[in-house]
Design a binder for this molecule. Structure first.
Ligand code: NI
Length: 383
């Protein structure tokens, strides 16, 4: 199994494709599943696919989400199976997610007669776009799913370590653009116009008070202004200044509070400078929240399989896995892939020794019946 998974993993690592361009990736996944006799579901999207394994015992319909897209990064790992496409890299470990998902699928397919319930494998395109999960949800493949599992490679932990926690795991990811409009004029005669730049600077400063003065100090939240744009020369006061950035929150109420206060502060501060602000709020995925029973169950299986379970690191990063969780109870598991460069970095690497244990672990989690006794049985079969 390990040798087979290594070969599979190295192929995906060598052939990264960006969001919604995952054609070869999808074809490869389809081929591997078909060869293993696994049923592919009808699926309307151009990339990504869904497969199903129908167990012979009674049980729930569960899904495992594996995202499949890569990033526009030039790989610098020096691996013998490094990306063959310049400027493209599996730098978020989605090649690992595909491989672990396939491995779990192979194991479950072989043990169909003991499998309690149905397992759907969702190979999701476009996670890096933050919207791939929504596209999956627009199809009917999730309609009957009662529990959904997600995984992520974790380069902050050694192989053999699994991070799990109940509750908030990652943040809601929102984007904002604030356009501050003044009146342009000669740089020597600001009195002839309304300078949007001091107004923009005041807005940037004031926005930080939302986190320190409005949000409960025990709640994680942040605002980053990541772009300021105004003017194009030295002696002209521009008409407009644009600010762009991101807001991250865990709590649903904080999320709407941030949006309200951000809009209000931008408008009123700009007005105090005689300018006008217009705010556009572009909502992304909500926070990833682990169902407590599922997290506890997954931790239990991990310990039984000899993994060290640590509290899952919370992050103000995001994952569109949360869109599924708006409809279906879910749990997002971080699998240690060896300490090294972090995800989205050109030297990020997954230790290959983790491939088979991760696949077997996921299979064990999905194997479960309603009670834990079923797991024990299947557990022994894997070892
Ligand atoms: Ni990722």
């Amino acid at each position: 199994m390990q040798e087979r998974l290594k070969e599979i993993f190295e192929w995906f690592h060598k052939n990264p494709e960006l969001s919604y361009e995952e054609y070869r990736t999808t074809e490869r996944i389809r081929k591997l599943l078909t060869e293993a006799g696994i049923e592919i579901l009808p699926f309307p999207l151009e990339t990504g696919l869904a497969a199903v394994i129908r167990g012979e015992k009674e049980g729930p319909v569960q899904a495992l989400r594996c995202d499949i897209d890569a990033l526009p990064i030039q790989e610098e790992t020096g691996l013998p199976y490094a990306s063959e496409t310049p400027g493209r890299m599996h730098a978020c470990g989605h090649d690992f997610h595909i491989t672990a998902g396939l491995g779990a699928a192979f194991l479950l397919q072989e043990r169909k007669q003991e499998l309690a319930g149905t397992v759907k494998l969702l190979f999701q395109p476009g996670e890096e776009s933050s919207l791939g999960a929504l596209k999956m949800l627009e199809t009917d493949v999730c309609d009957d799913v009662e529990r959904i599992w997600g995984l992520h490679a974790d380069p902050t932990n050694e192989a053999g370590v699994i991070g799990l926690r109940e509750g908030y795991v990652s943040a809601a990811v929102d984007r904002f653009v604030i356009a501050i409009r003044g009146v342009g004029c000669h740089g020597a005669h600001p009195d002839d116009g309304i300078d949007p730049i001091p107004a923009a600077c005041a807005v940037v400063q004031a926005l930080q008070t939302i986190v320190t003065r409005n949000v409960n100090a025990f709640h994680p939240a942040l605002i980053s202004v990541t772009r300021i744009q105004a003017g194009n020369t030295w002696n002209v006061i521009p008409e407009e200044a644009v600010l762009e950035g991101t807001v991250r929150t865990m709590d649903r109420k904080d999320r709407s509070l941030m949006q309200e206060r951000l809009t209000e502060i931008a408008e009123k501060t700009a007005r105090a400078y005689g300018a006008q602000a217009q705010t556009e709020w572009i909502p992304g995925p909500p926070a990833v929240i682990n169902d407590s029973e599922m997290a506890e169950y997954a931790a239990d299986i991990a310990r039984r399989r000899g993994f060290t379970v640590v509290p899952e690191e919370q992050s103000l990063g995001g994952d569109d896995f949360s869109f599924y969780e708006e409809k279906i109870p879910g749990c997002y598991i971080k699998i240690g892939t060896g300490k090294g460069q972090l995800i989205h970095q050109p030297g990020f690497m997954v230790e290959e020794s983790v491939l088979e244990p991760a696949a077997a672990y996921l299979a064990a989690v999905l194997m479960g019946s309603e009670g834990r006794s079923g797991i024990e049985t299947s557990d022994r079969k894997y070892e």
